[in-house]
Design a binder for this molecule. Structure first.
Ligand SMILES: [Zn+2]
Length: 238
């Protein structure tokens, strides 16, 4: 195989490897994961808001319960005193009774307030569990996509490995002095540095060379590098 044919084979493997890298970078699971990630960020914001509301309600409820407990304690003490027989003065007894009644009324009000808070908490709890369900769904979606992505990446990596090994084999038939130009042309011309000349047409740019140019090329020694006059790629002659 001529140096040019070998270089063309290297080019074919490099092109295939470029396509595989591009395919790996654009696996649909990547975009899907980014999308789910955004949904998760929004959802976590909503979950944070609901947790905050729920915590506020729980604190209010706790404050009421603490106050109810302390008032109940006071009412019990007053009642104990009332029924102990230690207070005999009717006016003092009356004041004590009024005090107990007033504390019990206050407790009743606080208990109503607590019920109100518990009612407010119901829809918040329902929203919280709905959001937790949504989060579990997104988590399992991420897990699924991550697994699929890893599978896709592994498949492509194996194909890339095969391409690169075949490339190295073909590269052994290419003289060292050709690599610098090959690499430069590849970086300048969309990854394609070498193309076959079929008839008068360059397979790199698909333009036809002039008859004079084709005639000139035909007469050159086989090792002489030939470039397409249209695109500048190295041409491989039959
Ligand atoms: Zn060309």
């Amino acid at each position: 195989m001529s140096r040019w044919e070998s270089l063309l084979v290297v080019q074919q493997h490099d092109t295939r490897a470029d396509q595989l890298v591009h395919r790996s970078e654009t696996l649909p699971q990547r975009a899907a994961l980014a999308d789910v990630g955004e949904q998760l960020t929004v959802l976590d914001g909503r979950i944070g808001g609901v947790e905050q509301r729920r915590a506020d309600l729980a604190r209010s409820q706790q404050r009421l319960e603490d106050e109810i407990a302390s008032l109940s304690e006071r009412a019990n003490q007053a009642e104990k005193q009332l029924y102990s027989g230690s207070v005999t003065n009717p006016r003092e007894l009356q004041a004590l009774q009024d005090d107990v009644a007033s504390i019990r009324r206050r407790i009743g009000q606080l208990e109503d307030d607590e019920l109100e808070i518990m009612e407010l908490a119901e829809p918040v709890d329902a929203e919280r569990s709905a959001l937790a369900g949504e989060r579990a769904r997104l988590d399992s979606e991420i897990e699924r996509l991550t697994g699929e992505l890893a599978e896709g990446e592994a498949e492509i990596a194996a194909e890339l490995d095969t391409e690169r090994r075949a490339r190295d084999e073909a590269a052994a038939g290419v003289p060292d002095e050709l690599w610098a130009e090959y690499d430069t042309l590849r970086s300048q011309l969309g990854g394609i540095a070498v193309a076959r000349l079929v008839g008068a047409t360059c397979q790199g740019c698909h333009l036809a060379l002039s008859a004079v140019e084709v005639d000139r090329i035909r007469k050159l020694p086989v090792d002489e590098p030939v470039h397409c006059e249209e695109c500048g790629r190295l041409l491989v002659r039959d």
